[in-house]
Design a protein around this ligand. Structure first.
Ligand SMILES: [Zn+2]
Length: 58
């Protein structure tokens, strides 16, 4: 089973509809960190912890 995270759940203010998908938590976190940089955000530990809390199975 894969994992996913909706950008809009982590950062509702962004209005971003991007969904990050990966085969496991590690891959989703890595891609989410890269996506955060697309938003000009630093993928800090705090941000990644927040991302982690919104990861869903799919
Ligand atoms: Zn986004």
């Amino acid at each position: 089973m894969g994992k996913k995270i909706d950008c809009s759940k982590v950062n509702p203010a962004s209005g971003c509809g991007h969904v990050v998908r990966g085969k496991d938590v590690e891959e989703v976190l890595k891609k989410a960190a890269a996506h955060a940089e697309d938003h000009g955000m630093k993928p800090t530990q705090e941000l990644l912890d927040k991302v982690k809390s919104f990861i869903e199975n799919e």
